[in-house]
Every structure is written in structure tokens, then in C-alpha cells.
Design a binder for this molecule. Sequence first.
Ligand SMILES: NC(=O)c1ccc[n+]([C@@H]2O[C@H](COP(=O)([O-])OP(=O)(O)OC[C@H]3O[C@@H](n4cnc5c(N)ncnc54)[C@H](OP(=O)(O)O)[C@@H]3O)[C@@H](O)[C@H]2O)c1
Length: 266
Amino acid sequence: MSFEPRGKVAVVTGASSGIGAATAARLARLGMTVVAVARREDRLHELAAAHPGIRPYVADITDQAAVDRLAAWVETQFGACHVLVNNAGVPGRSFRGRDDLDDTLHTIEVNLAGPIRCMAAFASLLEASAPARVVNVASVAGKLGVGPAGYAASKFGLVGLSEATGLSWARKGITVCELNPGFIHTEGFPKDSLRASRLGRLVGTPDDVARAVHDVILSGAPERTVPRWYRIPVVLRHAATPVYRSLVSRMGRASGARDRDRDRDR
Ligand SMILES: NC(=O)c1ccc[n+]([C@@H]2O[C@H](COP(=O)([O-])OP(=O)(O)OC[C@H]3O[C@@H](n4cnc5c(N)ncnc54)[C@H](OP(=O)(O)O)[C@@H]3O)[C@@H](O)[C@H]2O)c1
């Protein structure tokens, strides 16, 4: 199903920085009206000042009443929503035990329950505006189970949500895409030590992801990994699981040994 973005309406969550800000700016440059959603009002106003097509809207996506008000406002203002980009997310921290419970549940609340809340609130408007697109910004961590456990769990959940709704929502004229970034340098995910290392060139930019969002809006593709080379470990994980597990456990042992050496040197 082809899609012409010019003149259409998009809602982008987590638009006050990083991937969301780059995506909102790109979609506005394509001639879309973009509702940029986040909690930091000053950031949203700065973005809107630089891009006339952007309309700032302050909301916390963990608050269902606020998300329902957002959907009602979009319907009243514009009468349609053709694209919903569920991008807002937090990194969370390691899950070691009871002390990390609140943080882990909050990570799932923002990264998984947030997109569910937004999809629920916008479902009927998206259907009435079809052809329509939902782009769920998940992560390679939602395919490989790496990094903080709450983060990986939230992103595995988002991948499952995208695949299951992708099948059932297609009948309503809505495509659902799981878009899986690898390492991207942003405020919330700075990746400073990786960027300073020999592997620094593996870290992508928010514009790389914004370009991929643009592509999947045009094509209606159900899945996209960005940068594309991150597909290699994802395919290895599923096609040759024992090889993948042995490599990951060797890397885990090596990084554990490096941490122990560093602790001894202190
Ligand atoms: N950077 C990476 O390496 C990477 C890799 C894979 C996937 N991702 C995913 O990409 C998405 C964007 O992350 P980013 O890297 O661009 O990080 P970022 O710059 O920290 O952006 C996160 C955005 O989420 C918003 N947000 C957080 N909690 C929110 C809430 N409760 N309600 C509304 N908005 C909320 C933040 O805005 P406010 O604080 O103003 O509300 C901010 O705009 C996330 O889903 C992340 O998991 C990132």
C-alpha cells in the first residue's frame, strides 16, 4: 500500500530529544503536520520554533488519561492521524534484585505499556484515517536479550506487540512496524565509552533512525533494523542459537575478567 506523507498528520512520542526529535523534524520537512509529544515543554517549543509543521504537546505516556486527551485533541484539531511513532523510552538499569524492582517496572511502564496505551487511544482514529502506519521504536535488545533486563523485557514485549497487531491491524488498513535500532548516540543512551573505543564507528546517529522511520512509513515494511549490519547478530541468534550463545558467553566472561582487573588495579 503506497503512502504519500505530504499533508498528512503524524504523532511522535519522545520528541523532546534524540531519535524522536530527529524523526519529528524529518517528517515535518516532508510536509507532514507533526504532533511532538514529551514531558519537557521547553524542548518541544524549541523544536516547533525551528520547524513550522511541528505542534508541541506535553504529555506523560504512562498516564492513560493524558494519552486519551492527546488522541481527542489530535482528532479535534486535525480530524485524522495517519502515522503514530511510539518512540518515547528510557534505558532502565541492571536488574539485580529487590532494590531494582521499581526501576524495572517503570521501564516496562514507559517502554511497553506506553506504546500499548497510545495504540489503544489512537486505534479508531488511525482506522478512520487509513491507510495508516504505526512505527514502534523497539531495539536490537528486544531481539537479543542484552543490556538491562527490564529494558530487554520491555523491548521483547514491544516486538511481540508489533508482530501480533501487525497481523490483525492490517485488515483495518494500518501497518505496524517494529523498528529496531542498535547503538545510537543520544542524551538518554550516550554510549560514551563505546564511542571512544575502536568500535566507535558502530554507533549510529538519531538521523540514521529518522531516515529508517521515513522509509518504513513509505513502504509499510513490518520490520527494520538500523544500522542494518545489526541484523547479523539477530539472524545468528535465531538461525544458529548455540553458536550465538557460546560467543555471547565468551564475551561476557571476557568483560567480567576486565571488570575484575580494573577493580584490582583501583
Ligand atoms: N539510543 C539508542 O542506542 C537506542 C537503541 C535502541 C532503541 N532506542 C530507543 O529509541 C527511543 C528513543 O530513545 P533516544 O535514544 O532518542 O533517547 P532520548 O534522547 O533519551 O529520548 C527519550 C525520549 O523519551 C521521552 N520520554 C521518556 N519518558 C517519557 C514519558 N513517561 N512520557 C513521555 N515521554 C517520555 C523523553 O522526553 P521527556 O523526558 O521530555 O518526557 C525523550 O524525548 C527509546 O524508545 C529507546 O529505547 C534507543
